[in-house]
Design a protein around this ligand. Structure first.
Ligand code: CTP
Ligand code: MG
Length: 231
């Protein structure tokens, strides 16, 4: 199948979480990373990789003013904004209502992953265009043990799942039309529960999710290394 036109691709950036593990006065997605707030990096990764794609960002209603102020301060043009929900899945469901009907592929990305590369974006996109649903994954590098029995587990068959996750629009819309289970931690689990298989493609160990305060320093170092003279 041919690669879709960028204008037929919509990207939902979920940014409505409270960042409870990160802590601090303002949720992590609004914190400064290098020269601008983290959320702007996450949005720009797609604007740069897929010029002309449609972006929808889900924000907690009480953070709308903070975001508008940041956009003014940084001279940044915001994409369309929708209201987030109480859970990540509810934020995605709300944002889906703002995705134009004629969209061919919908990608969903965590605002908390500002370092996503063009290679990862194009990899999941191509796999979703072909198979309907795709996620980027990386091998697990720590040893694994079960919390209940304390027994060691063979890590070889396991993969850690990242975002962006990409789907044919009707596959994602149909999946999110069904009741949401609290066990859904990502969009692929919603799609899989609706009966559609999910294809895995290579993610990147650098596509980290900002979770703890120290992750900002790690992300800044990775960004500087990527901008360095050796690249
Ligand atoms: N998210 C969202 N709506 C929610 C919860 C999460 O849009 N109700 C988003 C977050 O803003 C984040 C992404 O989903 O970009 C992944 O979630 P996570 O990293 O867990 O962020 P938080 O839920 O904000 O952080 P924490 O779990 O530490 O509270
Ligand atoms: Mg969370």
């Amino acid at each position: 199948m041919n690669a879709p036109d960028n204008k037929d691709i919509a990207v939902i950036v979920v940014a409505a979480g409270s960042g409870s593990r990160f802590g601090g006065a303002v949720a992590k997605q609004f914190c400064l990373l290098g020269d601008r707030p983290l959320l702007m990096h996450s949005i720009d990764a797609f604007r740069n990789a897929l010029p002309g794609c449609r972006v929808v960002v889900a924000l907690a209603p009480e953070m709308r003013g903070v975001w508008d102020d940041l956009c003014r301060e940084y001279g940044y043009v915001s994409p369309a904004v929708t209201e987030g929900g109480a859970t990540r899945a509810e934020s995605v469901r709300n944002a889906l209502a703002a995705v134009p009907d004629d969209t061919h592929i919908i990608m969903v990305h965590d605002a908390a992953r500002p370092l996503v590369s063009r290679a990862v974006i194009s990899g999941v996109l191509a796999a979703a265009a072909e198979h309907g649903a795709a996620v980027p994954v990386v091998p697990v590098t720590d040893s694994l043990r079960r919390a209940d029995t304390g027994m060691a587990v063979d890590r070889a068959p396991f993969r850690a799942v990242q975002t962006p996750q990409a789907f044919l629009a009707d596959v994602l819309r149909r999946a999110y039309a069904a009741p949401l289970s609290p066990s859904f931690t990502d969009d692929a689990s919603v799609v899989e529960a609706a009966g559609h298989p999910v294809t895995m493609v290579d993610g990147s160990p650098e596509n980290i999710k900002i979770t703890w305060p120290r992750d900002i320093a790690v992300a800044a170092a990775l960004m500087n290394a990527a901008d360095g003279p050796e690249h």
